[in-house]
Write a new protein. Structure first.
Length: 157
């Protein structure tokens, strides 16, 4: 008897995910920002393992903060858009190197400090009360499956 395939792996369409872009009105350290956010909410954002992006010449480290919202039963994760540390793996010999010692997860959104991700398919970021004097309104951003950040989020989820 022949085994019947239920789906063709090459025919799977990946769905887009929605993330939130968080821009701060003024630069403050991570711990101050999340202390303020935790005070305004019944959430408890905690620092979790850093996300490590491995480049050709550098390893980049991005901070991550996570909390669980009990009412909506949703896990929220803030990922720093800008690497806070880079470690050089090997020296470069090319004159015009494409890789620098600072990396942004969203290259075209360098003014974004945090990327907000939810465990829900259709996230509701309005359940997180952000300090109005420190943060601009969260901007929804559709991330397609072809983008590098999509793969990163799926891996760490």
């Amino acid at each position: 008897m022949e085994i019947q395939k239920l789906y063709d792996p090459d025919d799977i369409e990946f769905e887009n995910i929605t993330i939130g872009l968080v821009r701060l009105a003024k630069h403050i350290p991570d711990h101050e920002f999340f202390y303020t956010v935790n005070q305004k909410n019944d959430l408890n954002f905690k620092r979790i393992d850093d996300f490590i992006f491995q480049g050709s010449y550098y390893d980049y480290y991005f901070s991550r903060f996570e909390a669980y919202h009990k009412f909506s039963k949703t896990c929220f994760t803030f990922i720093s858009n800008r690497s806070f540390e880079s470690r050089q793996k090997k020296t470069h010999t090319e004159l015009f190197l494409q890789e620098e010692n600072i990396k942004f997860l969203l290259n075209n959104q360098a003014e974004v400090q945090y990327i907000l991700h939810s465990s829900e398919q259709f996230p509701d970021f309005s359940v997180i009360l952000l300090p109005e004097n420190l943060v601009f309104p969260i901007q929804d951003y559709i991330l397609s499956s072809e983008e590098e950040l999509y793969q990163i989020i799926q891996y760490y989820e």
